[in-house]
Every structure is written in C-alpha cells, then in structure tokens.
Design a protein around this ligand. Structure first.
Ligand code: ADP
Ligand code: MG
Length: 225
C-alpha cells in the first residue's frame, strides 16, 4: 500500500474569514510506516488527518491510495472504502452512548453488512484488556477503557491503516501511556500502518517518521524541542 498526498490544501471560509488550514502538504505513507504529526493547537493537524483519510475534501491537491485518487470516488464508494481500509481513533472516543462496548466495536461491520467474526472480536478484546467490559455501556467505562473500545472498533474491519487524532488527549497520563503502548503494539505485532497526531512530544518520539505542522505547513524530520 502506498498513500500519496500531493499539494493538499484546505481553505475554510472566504474573504475576511478565510483560513488556510493546510497549505500544499506533500506526504507519502508506505505500508508498515509509523508516523507522528506534531503541532500546536490550531496548526492544521485534524484538517490534515481528515484530508488523508477521506473524511473531508481538500480545496486543492490530490490524494491517492495505490494510485487511485480517492476523491474521485462517489460518496457511497468513498464511505465503503473508508469503512474497509481505514480505522479512525478520535480524541473524544466517539462511542455511541446507547450501545454496549461490543455493539460499538461491531458497528463498522454492521454498516458494511458483514458477518461478525467472534474469534477476532475476542482476540482484540483480550489484547486490549476489555474482555470483561464488553456488555457495558460507554458511561460505565473509564476513559482509557472507552478509548480501548474505540481502538477495537477501528480494527474490527481489518483495515490496513489506522489514523489517530490525539488519541490520548482526553486521558490522564497513565491511561494515555497504556493506550499509546497498545497502539505501538498494534503497529509492531499486527503490521498495521499507523499515523498518530499529537501535541505530546513523547508520543511523537515513539514514531519512526516524525512530521511537524505549523500554520498549515507540513515538514518531515525537523527537530522537535
Ligand atoms: P488542530 O487539529 O491542529 O488543532 P485544525 O486542523 O482543527 O487544527 O484547525 C486548523 C485551522 O483551521 C484553525 O485555525 C481552525 O480554526 C480552522 N478550522 C478548522 N476547521 C474549520 C471549519 N470547519 N471551519 C472553519 N475553520 C476551521
Ligand atoms: Mg485537532
């Protein structure tokens, strides 16, 4: 798998309210990469992640997965592509409050009309330490447990790539560290490609390839202090 972003830009608003959230970003992501993207609040991190993962259209530029320009796909095909190929992890977990942990994890398969793979669900739950939490509702779980449920949901459809937008941003430092260790383990042991957005330097340092974004401008390999 090769993801290629060429001159990706995103402009919000117009006139006085115009914000250049992302300015001509170039990036290649190869299978098995572990990439961190670090930058201060408002620097364009989430915007970049949304562009890279097909969640929102760029104003300019091109994004291809294995040579296919995914923004040329129609809505239905793009949604299906995302469900099957891409896993997301959000800072705010985004679990559905009325569904149990198990139902939340299985949601991507349900949306795709796929059979649940019980053995794989059990394996993920065991690996993430949530086997005894599966019948609970999100509000009955700690933040760290909710994020681990969200990680299982991101993995259930066996995507190639996981994008995580400040996955520890809503967690205390101990559960944040656990969550990052699990993500690193998923990259190392399951061979997933991992792109983590963070403003935490310690997390950024865990990655093999490190990018910094400032005022919408993305750069690789610059020293982070
Ligand atoms: P980060 O994730 O690094 O905090 P964002 O990518 O969310 O930054 O935002 C980058 C810039 O784009 C900010 O100035 C933000 O206010 C602006 N922005 C983000 N989303 C929107 C939107 N939907 N409409 C207008 N401006 C936006
Ligand atoms: Mg953000």
């Amino acid at each position: 798998m090769l993801i290629k972003a060429e001159y990706l830009s995103k402009v919000y608003g117009s006139g006085e309210n115009k914000v250049i959230a992302l300015h001509r970003a170039n990036l290649e992501i190869a299978a098995g990469d572990f990439i961190s993207i670090m930058g201060p609040s408002g620097s364009g991190k989430s915007t970049l992640l949304h562009m890279l993962s097909g969640l929102d259209f760029p104003t300019e530029g091109r994004l291809s997965y294995d040579g296919q320009d995914i923004y040329q796909l129609n809505d239905r095909k793009l949604s299906a592509f995302r469900r099957r190929r891409i896993g997301f992890i959000f800072q705010q977990f985004h679990l559905l409050p009325v569904l149990t942990a198990r139902e939340n994890i299985l949601m991507p398969l349900l949306l795709d009309k796929k059979q649940e793979d019980k053995a794989y669900l059990e394996e993920l739950a065991g690996m993430l330490g949530i086997s005894d939490r599966l019948t609970h509702l999100p509000h009955e779980l700690s933040g760290g447990q909710q994020q681990r449920v969200a990680i299982a949901r991101a993995l259930i459809a066996k995507p190639d790539i996981i994008f995580a937008d400040e996955p520890t941003g809503n967690l205390d430092s101990k559960s944040g560290e656990e969550v990052m260790k699990m993500l690193e383990g998923i990259w190392r042991n399951m061979g997933k490609t991992l792109v983590v957005i963070t403003h935490d330097n310690r997390i950024a340092q865990m990655a093999e390839r490190r990018f910094v974004i400032m005022d919408g401008i993305l750069q690789e390999g610059v020293a982070v202090r």
